[in-house]
Design a protein around this ligand. Structure first.
Ligand code: PLP
Length: 518
């Protein structure tokens, strides 16, 4: 055991950390926890209720004739169960979360404080609009920032996630085509696009056609230009793309698509890499969703709901979904809930959500923007790109970096497992080994353009010390995998659960609990 200079143990020295089997299965503060059903019992109850007095049955023969099968536990038992499980979670508040394409950055606590202000947290969506003018003004102010940052003339605020924003943008394109009786229905999606893009296009009734990527990890411009024609409704391009690279031909592509009568959808989920530096409106984009939960730091994944506002060009703005906030002649704000010729041009494609969108996320995102300011947001993207390039530069001698020869990356560093050829080990083994080192693994096997992909997005909120620790662990794992491959096939070795049969779990998921026959 290594000691620090006041005699406190700092870390286990390799070889001295043998873990003894314990009676409980607990390993010091790492507590084992069975299923709730195994801990509780069907025969006990957490509360004492008097026996039910005989009352006439008014359920018309629908009364349950068997027990419901919920385990009985006391309140402390139930609290401990969930607290023990929560301690086995990994979270952005515990350590670096290098999931590429997900922008897992620190969520500033100031945002949380603002979102909990009673004037935002305690209002009800059905309150009269005159009583929630401040909330409407916040939505309007955030919309204004989003339009300024993207150089776009309109924004639909209500979509509740990135993929939901894609749906919004593609429905607006569909409505614009319908409004001019244009039957074109093909959507071109490059290989370097996010997987939600083709899914969204197909969901909206478009036919999806793939455009290949070139050797530099960008859209094959010639292939895309050659495919344009009167049947092409739109292209959907992720920029920066899922290889972590900027698509420098986007303006050329947009001009050509417009000349051919189509629209340009840009997946802006990776906006964190370019916020304050590039305005998508200047690149000819017609619709782009912004993930507030990525770029503007609202908690996401298991931590909170998403929000995916969509900026729109002048051509698509009339088709935006209701409701939206608008200034009245009296200078107050109104939420336009109905699309009729009297309230609006009557062109909206309709409604996507019950109310106005994710209010809590709007408050957090605006709090983030206002605390950073325009210069701070530019610094965010610069630091995010710097951190990703630090990771790329520190690993590319050991890990295969398929596009490193064509220059620096944007917000994420892409590697492949080619360097493990001959060892029988793959990206999966490497990701499992990272769990033993106390990291959430990087994004694996995505993007599909690269075999055995590993996509590392550190974000700007990681310090150099934290990046050095990640890089050190990744170098340690890779070096030792090459030296002694067999030691790594069954990682993780230190996690509460070992290597799981993920194929079996995906194919035959066990979603219910049945009591074991006695
Ligand atoms: C995260 C992401 C999406 C989807 O966003 P959700 O909020 O998860 O629906 C779409 N495209 C890209 C490039 C992304 O990174």
């Amino acid at each position: 055991m290594a000691m620090n200079d006041v005699g406190r143990p700092t870390r286990l020295v390799a070889g001295t950390g043998a873990v003894a089997e314990t009676f409980t299965g607990n390993k010091a503060l790492m507590l084992e926890e069975p299923l709730l059903f195994e801990r509780g019992s069907l025969d006990t109850s957490g509360v004492d209720l008097p026996p039910v007095p005989p009352v006439p049955d008014r359920l018309g023969g629908l009364a349950r004739d068997a027990v419901i099968g919920l385990p009985g536990l006391s309140e402390p038992e139930a609290v401990r169960h969930y607290t023990r499980l929560s301690r086995q979670n990994y979270a952005i508040d515990l350590g670096i979360f290098p999931l590429g394409s997900c922008t897992m950055k620190h969520n500033p606590r100031l945002n949380e404080k603002m979102a909990r202000l009673p004037g935002f947290a305690d209002i009800h969506p059905l309150q009269p609009q005159s009583t929630v003018q401040g909330a409407l003004e916040l939505i309007d102010t955030l919309a204004d920032w989003l339009m300024k940052l993207t150089g776009m003339p309109a924004v639909a605020m209500s979509p509740k996630a990135g993929a939901h924003g894609e749906l919004c943008g593609m429905l607006a394109i569909r409505a614009a085509l319908d409004a001019r009786n244009d039957p074109r229905r093909v959507v071109l999606v490059p290989e370097s696009a996010h997987g939600t893009n083709p899914a969204t296009a197909a969901f909206c009734g478009f036919t999806v056609e793939n455009i290949p990527a070139n050797a530099r990890g960008r859209v094959d411009l010639d292939a895309l230009l050659a495919r344009l024609g009167p049947d092409v409704a739109a292209v959907m391009i992720t920029n920066p793309n899922t290889c972590g690279l900027f698509e420098p031909d986007l303006k050329t592509i947009a001009d050509a698509v417009h000349a051919a009568g189509g629209y340009v959808y840009c997946d802006g989920a990776n906006f964190n890499a370019i916020v304050g530096k590039v305005r998508p409106g200047d690149l000819g984009v017609d619709a782009m969703h912004i993930n507030l939960h990525k770029t503007f730091s609202t908690p996401h994944g298991g931590g909170g709901p998403g929000s995916g506002p969509v900026v729109l060009s002048a051509a698509l703005a009339p088709f935006a979904p209701i409701p939206f906030v608008r200034k009245t002649a009296k200078g107050t704000l109104e939420l336009v809930e109905e699309d009729s010729a009297a309230t609006h041009a009557g062109d909206s494609f309709g409604r996507m959500v019950a109310f106005h969108g994710q209010m809590g996320m709007f408050v957090r995102a605006l709090s983030y923007m206002m605390s950073h300011g325009a210069d701070g947001l530019r610094q965010v993207s610069e630091d995010a790109v710097l951190n990703a390039n630090y990771v790329l530069a520190s690993l590319k001698d050991l890990y295969t970096a398929p596009f490193a020869a064509s220059g620096p990356c944007m917000h994420e560093a892409l590697f492949s497992d080619d360097f493990l050829d001959g060892t029988g080990l793959t990206t999966l083994d490497l990701a499992k080994a990272m769990i033993d080192e106390g990291f959430h693994p990087m994004t694996m096997y995505f993007p599909l353009v690269v075999h055995g992909a590993m996509l590392v997005e550190p974000t700007e909120t990681e310090s150099k010390a934290s990046l050095d620790q990640l890089i050190g662990a990744m170098r340690h794992i890779a070096t030792n995998m090459l030296a002694d491959p067999d030691a790594w096939r069954s990682a993780p070795h230190l996690a509460p659960r070992r290597r799981l049969d993920e194929t079996l779990a995906a194919r035959k998921p066990v979603l219910g609990w049945k009591e074991k026959a006695a």
